[in-house]
Design a protein around this ligand. Sequence first.
Ligand code: ATP
Length: 514
Amino acid sequence: MAKQEDVFKTIIAHAKEYGFVFQSSEIYDGLSAVYDYGQNGVELKNNIKRYWWEAMTMLHDNIVGIDSAIFMHPTIWKASGHVDAFNDPLIDNRDSKKRYRADVLIEDEIAKFDDKINKEVAKAAKRFGESFDEAMFRQTNPRVLENAKKREELHTRFSEAMNANDLAELKQIILDYEIVDPISGTRNWTDVRQFNLMFKTEMGSTADGAMDVYLRPETAQGIFVNYLNVQKTGRMRLPFGIAQIGKAFRNEIVARQFIFRMREFEQMEMQFFVRPGEELKWFDFWRQTRLKWHKNLGLGDTKYRFHDHEKLAHYANAATDIEFEMPFGFKEVEGIHSRTNFDLSQHEKYSGKKIQYFDPELNESYVPYVIETSIGVDRMFLSVFCSCYEDQNLGNGDKRAVLHFPAPIAPVKCAVLPLVKKDGLPEKAREIQHRLRFDFTCQYDEKDSIGKRYRRQDAIGTPYCITVDHQTLEDGTVTLRERDSMEQNRLSVDELEAILKEKVSLNTLLRKLL
Ligand code: ATP
């Protein structure tokens, strides 16, 4: 465990050192759980957004985008249920004065049983080698069975308490399982209370009577309240989707794990409107489609898993998370929810406007059902960053830190490097950079030895380095160095554009989706 924590610390340090992610307001000692993206981070983030946006809107005839405002009429949040129910159960430890999410403390306890089971399995796998039958071992080993039983007991009790919103029972679980505060090590807990996660502010001057407004905790409601506008002006026919990328704000009680849980973050959400009764078919479609989008990046198929929800929101009839294996375990990156007609019906009720679709095939009007896909840009960024980072040992004591980003989303696509800073090589390199810069983010670097420059580009994940040497002046050829293999090939400058286009353009990635 400690080792994984160290890896994560190294990754966070690297993200800062190479201009990917900075703590917000750092010179004022920072603002908790708020982060800024630096010069390389913003490029990676924009590329991730573009990959999502284009996969949604360009590859589907029936999905269009919008960009709704962050401020919305406060009644929207009453209708959506956020004012009354967007709460987390919190608990304080009287000794450390720290606040925790009661559900997270219990989930961590459940994960301990999983850890114990996995350790038994790993130990046995090592002992039995090739002949190890993992499924059989899990079904028969007494220690595994004992832990699985305990896990199930806790899990059932926890789910029931959460479903019933039973705060006293959540506290009792924490006491019964002797869960201690990781900081003080004590069990001196307060009662569990509900805490609303929405940020509130005021709009208008107080003399006119200011109105309380909220910073949106999700982008989805901006889509729901524009459903009619888009359906009518775009003459959309069911099934169709509306996509949106934008900031969301949640006053998270426990903000931790770097950009995994932030108070200001960005979401990419798509609401897909369907005929009632067809929602589970579409739920399944989007479950598969979204997983394919993730796997298409090539970060490793085994790093993903679905986590189907047992505790469904009262309006949902199916929900699953796509989880990614972060250095701190499998964690939710995206949620896919079948939300029935809850949101649109609520907005009908609270606004007094009819929000329906006339289905020409059925010759009737109804409130459409909705499948939502909701992914956090920052969590996606973190999963890409963590899985691409490598502290690579090159032998002979030589090492490099490298980010193996999929080329189409790398912040910088190529770097043009004159071998030396004289003999007309910088001028030639500048000329090549100028040819490429209209299609690719392209850096020029002439400082330090060529080896050091390669390392700098490896550290920010640049897939290709183009080196200009004396031979370039004679025959118009350069060397193209590939980041992962570090192989160098000599080719003509005229071939560069075509090769780069094939390797680094987003098209290459998008084409594999269809
Ligand atoms: P969690 O259980 O981790 O709090 P959630 O189930 O509340 O997440 P949703 O409301 O389904 O999350 O939001 C959809 C997506 O938005 C999540 O899958 C995640 O990627 C992202 N997200 C939610 N909260 C945060 C946050 N505080 N910081 C960064 N990303 C977030």
